[in-house]
Design a protein around this ligand. Sequence first.
Ligand SMILES: Cc1cc2nc3c(=O)[nH]c(=O)nc-3n(C[C@H](O)[C@H](O)[C@H](O)COP(=O)(O)OP(=O)(O)OC[C@H]3O[C@@H](n4cnc5c(N)ncnc54)[C@H](O)[C@@H]3O)c2cc1C
Length: 411
Amino acid sequence: MTKLELPEQPLSFWLVNKSHAIPTQILIVGGGIVGASTAWWLTKLGAKKSEITLIEADSIAKGATGQSIGAVYTGGIFPYTKLVKFVGEDAAKTVWQLSIENQILLKKEISHIPQTKDLIFNFSSFRSAKKGGIEIKEWEESFNVIEHLFPESRSKWISEREVAKLTGSNLLGGAFFTPLDFSLNPHKLAVILAEHSQVNVIRKEKVRFIEPKSNGLLVVGSNRRYIAQRVIVAANVHARSILPELNKVITPVRLEAFSTEKNINKLPGCWLISDAQLNITQYSSGEILVTGGGWQYESAVIPTLKSLPTATVQVSLEKNFFSIFKKFNKSRVLYRWAGIEGLTPNRLPVIDISELSENIVYTAGMSNYGFSLGFIFGKILAQWAIGKEELKIEKLRILKNDLRRRSVRST
Ligand SMILES: Cc1cc2nc3c(=O)[nH]c(=O)nc-3n(C[C@H](O)[C@H](O)[C@H](O)COP(=O)(O)OP(=O)(O)OC[C@H]3O[C@@H](n4cnc5c(N)ncnc54)[C@H](O)[C@@H]3O)c2cc1C
């Protein structure tokens, strides 16, 4: 007998209309880095804790945030010149500016929280690719532009020879070096931010839909209903099931990751090897964490490409890592895992006011910008929610407008 697969049970008309709705001024949906940062900023900016509710379908950092390796790159993971090709100069500049602000804010603000002492590692990053290839040229060209556009990023170009000394590998070209970057424990950061905000956190509550009513926004969860005056949807890839307008904009993408056992060989800083799809960081205790998923990104935005199976991606990542960084050859892989990320066609996050109501804002499709932009997005969303700043959203709409104008398929 074949088992019948049933879709998730929707709430009936009778249940939706019967139960009493819990009032709250500001409601945040999602407890990842964006939702937790928003809660933290709201209380920091003076909103009343008792009037803020954060609803999380599972537990804090259970989504992409908890799967991430927490590298915080200035400007994200693409060479600047490539980003300009994808989204145009204005959007690329906005991403860089915001990510620089995000880094400064993150370091400044969390250093006041006592539990964050052991949260940040490796204050520098290197972006490189194999010798002689097109990617290495893109990094070098990007360095030449960034050096002038964003001198505050203190970027440098590191020669092939220096890279070989640092990595013990003679396969890599030079490296685009940004000394202000770092890596952090992403799960712990989100949990600390949510706890410190002291807002009401409701776990194991999945928001099903939001409906504008005369007395506010009705937010229907799997257990209860809420009436809120302003709602922030920070559910990343899942935002599309709450706000139908995002359905065609966000595609789920799988990113693979692995960690090795502790190693006495040191790899300074965070490394991004773009043509080998590796994102590497070594914790101070010696374990190396690697993620990659660029192939999946490509298949999500180019319709003719097929997504690769998990095992194929994992094997390729491990093979690339051990062949480039030979000094780690003897390290065993201890854990393998994967997480689901949201991707937009132009590969940039979206942050905007919802078509459903001017009192709903959302962020989605954070892709690899979760930690490069998540904290500052939290600040912008909090400012909007307490009615302090309307215009910041305008500045960020550039990311979305660009999405409508351009087709990434032509790249
Ligand atoms: C393996 C891997 C490695 C990565 N490495 C990096 C990296 O090094 N650097 C970097 O910047 N980024 C990295 N990323 C991306 C980064 O993790 C994400 O961009 C970031 O965590 C997104 O944060 P978020 O708060 O938007 O979403 P999420 O962390 O996905 O949080 C959304 C939350 O909303 C909740 N939710 C969903 N639907 C509902 C609902 N209906 N009701 C209530 N709650 C709901 C989910 O349970 C989840 O907790 C990586 C991602 C993966 C998967």
